[in-house]
Ligand binder design. Structure first.
Ligand code: HEC
Ligand code: HEC
Ligand code: HEC
Ligand code: HEC
Ligand code: HEC
Ligand code: HEC
Ligand code: HEC
Ligand code: HEC
Ligand code: HEC
Ligand code: HEC
Length: 328
């Protein structure tokens, strides 16, 4: 009886959990269609097993029919290495390590869809997890350690959604577009747009990039942040905001995101909400003008220049013995 009752209680909860989780899955970001054909999700896929030696034809034959492609590849970091100074069989097979052994392709006279080459193109029937496994076979360590189970792996994003490997489109890292804003921006349209707002960190100026804060390959923390929390991420560059302070301002140590939107806003200093309203979300003060616009007579010091910060200059915390109100 009790068991049945608990099952009855649990059933709607489980149903809700399923609905919520499928909604979350469906809540795709502003994808611009760069995702390839849906294959198996999950990052446990293995690269195709090594083929028998006789099914490889060697770089020279690929080059003979694909001279232009081979020439641009030779300019890339991987191309320079694989084509000139390979260190092992995988690097020596080069083209065929990524595209698969080419004998059948050559015997068919070459051509699109001939001989089952893995093309990495949008219409490639090879599941994305299998394509990714080919890259991860060499790149599975280091920054890619948390790729399995990451937001991108789980959404069937391909390595080649962000990387273009046959030629150098970007200055660094073989990105798919000229820089990170453009690369990430193909899917995260809103984040790209935010960088164009009046208040933004210097991403456009090239001093900071998405990967200053995020590791797009996956992390152990939330939102692909490189550090364990938003605040730890901010402290890597704004160390003075860490304190310790004699007088801490509670919302600061809790999360910088209480007041700032790091991707860009139209309020100065990346504030989520303009002052004084920002402060008034949490502080309504009798006596102290809680609504500075409505004071009689209006006190300009509350609404001009740095507004609340005219007097409360150290909103992030104070080390002055008399700094309880962050005025010094
Ligand atoms: C590191 C893996 C890798 C290696 C090595 C590699 N390719 Fe590619 N190749 C790709 C990927 C990924 C693409 C998809 C486009 C891109 O990312 O640049 C591609 C695209 C191509 C295409 C175009 C396919 C199409 O649909 O138009 C050809 C042709 C090609 N590669 C031939 C070669 C040849 C020839 C070599 C050796 C000289 C080679 N590739 C080496 C990964 C590789
Ligand atoms: C006999 C000539 C020939 C040889 C040898 C050859 N290819 Fe091709 N391959 C072609 C032609 C032609 C196409 C069609 C290209 C096009 O339409 O631009 C093609 C297409 C491709 C594609 C795209 C496949 C698709 O289904 O979209 C890839 C990838 C590729 N070749 C890789 C290779 C690799 C790697 C090698 C060496 C192992 C190789 N090719 C050897 C002639 C050849
Ligand atoms: C055979 C092993 C191997 C495979 C397979 C392989 N790579 Fe690489 N890759 C390397 C090596 C080695 C380097 C050079 C590393 C270095 O110099 O630090 C490299 C470099 C890179 C770089 C850095 C380029 C730069 O300019 O900094 C990127 C990005 C990259 N690979 C992406 C990929 C992607 C995407 C795939 C799958 C399509 C792939 N690799 C497949 C071995 C491999
Ligand atoms: C969502 C976009 C995105 C995806 C997906 C992605 N990368 Fe990257 N990758 C980047 C960016 C941005 C950089 C440069 C900044 C950095 O290193 O974090 C980079 C850098 C790299 C580098 C060079 C690192 C170095 O130290 O020079 C390698 C290698 C690499 N990626 C491999 C991969 C492989 C393999 C996959 C698929 C499992 C993959 N990437 C998927 C965006 C991506
Ligand atoms: C091919 C499309 C695509 C590209 C390109 C892309 N992303 Fe994503 N990104 C996604 C998808 C899909 C998700 C999962 C969305 C969701 O669950 O809401 C995601 C999620 C994220 C998240 C949230 C993770 C979480 O746990 O909530 C971050 C952060 C992120 N991406 C950063 C980046 C960065 C940085 C780049 C560029 C280096 C990038 N993305 C490029 C498709 C893409
Ligand atoms: C200065 C650090 C920083 C930079 C630079 C940055 N982000 Fe973020 N991003 C964050 C933080 C912190 C969060 C988590 C916010 C939270 O916890 O509410 C986040 C969250 C996200 C999310 C998931 C949550 C959401 O709001 O949808 C995406 C997607 C994302 N960032 C993409 C990007 C892209 C794309 C770029 C480059 C154009 C970028 N970020 C640059 C710090 C940064
Ligand atoms: C990779 C380094 C880096 C990281 C990480 C970083 N910032 Fe910044 N931030 C900068 C730089 C550089 C500036 C511009 C400083 C300047 O122009 O004097 C800046 C400026 C700012 C500004 C002032 C903007 C303005 O309009 O004057 C705010 C606010 C800010 N960052 C908040 C944050 C927050 C919140 C985080 C964490 C989510 C963060 N930053 C993480 C480098 C970083
Ligand atoms: C209670 C709201 C609030 C919180 C939380 C907050 N800030 Fe601020 N921040 C502000 C205000 C208001 C300004 C503008 C101050 C001014 O005009 O003097 C500012 C300005 C900044 C600036 C640019 C000016 C300067 O002081 O260098 C940086 C950088 C900054 N904040 C980083 C951070 C970081 C990092 C965190 C998290 C540790 C954080 N902020 C948390 C309200 C906040
Ligand atoms: C997210 C809510 C939040 C925001 C936004 C916020 N504060 Fe606070 N503030 C607090 C909390 C919580 C305390 C601690 C209150 C306490 O100890 O009684 C505090 C304390 C203070 C104190 C010291 C009060 C005391 O009695 O010790 C001052 C002054 C102050 N805040 C000013 C500001 C200013 C100026 C802003 C706008 C830049 C602001 N706060 C934004 C939550 C917030
Ligand atoms: C003209 C200077 C000035 C301006 C502008 C100003 N404050 Fe104050 N504020 C003070 C002083 C001085 C105190 C300390 C009052 C005391 O000693 O009781 C104070 C105290 C506070 C306290 C603590 C009150 C308490 O009783 O615990 C908060 C919270 C606060 N201010 C928030 C704000 C906010 C929000 C704004 C913007 C709307 C603002 N202040 C603008 C001078 C100012």
């Amino acid at each position: 009886m009790t068991r049945r009752r608990s099952a009855l209680v649990l059933a709607p909860a489980i149903l809700l959990a399923i609905v919520v989780s499928s909604c979350l899955r469906a809540r795709t970001v502003d994808l611009a269609g760069t995702r390839g054909a849906r294959g198996t999700t999950g990052a446990e896929a293995l690269p195709p097993p090594p083929a028998p030696p006789e099914s490889y034809i060697g770089v020279q034959l690929c080059r003979a029919c694909h001279p232009a492609v081979a020439a641009t590849f030779a300019q890339t970091k991987m191309g320079r290495l694989f084509l000139n100074a390979p260190r092992d069989a995988k690097e020596r097979h080069a083209c065929e390590t990524c595209h698969g052994p080419g004998k059948a392709h050559m015997q068919a006279g070459g051509g699109r869809g001939k001989g089952g080459m893995i093309s990495f193109a949008r219409n490639d029937p090879t599941p994305i997890a299998v394509r990714n496994a080919i890259c991860l076979d060499c790149h599975g360590k280091g920054d890619r350690l948390f790729w399995p189970g990451s937001a991108h792996a789980g959404s069937d994003v391909a390595c080649t959604s962000c990387h273009r490997v046959m030629d150098n489109v970007s200055v660094k890292h073989n990105l798919a577009k000229v820089n990170e804003i453009e690369t990430c921006g193909t899917c995260h349209l809103q984040k790209r747009a935010q960088q164009m707002r009046s208040s933004h960190m210097p991403l456009r100026e090239g001093k900071v990039s998405c990967s200053s804060c995020h590791n797009p390959h996956g992390t152990a923390s939330h939102a692909l942040l490189k550090e364990s929390s938003p605040n730890e991420t901010c402290y890597t560059c704004h160390a003075e905001k860490r304190g310790p302070f004699l007088w801490e301002h509670a919302p600061v140590s809790e999360s910088c995101m209480n007041c700032h939107e790091p991707h860009g806003t139209n309020h100065e200093k990346l504030l989520k909400v303009a002052m004084p309203r920002l402060c008034q979300q949490c502080h309504v003060l009798p006596g102290h003008p809680s609504n500075p616009y409505g004071t009689d007579p209006p006190s300009l010091r509350f609404v001009v220049a740095r507004q609340c910060a005219n007097c409360h200059a150290n909103v992030h915390g104070s080390n002055h013995p008399a700094g309880r109100f962050f005025a010094r």
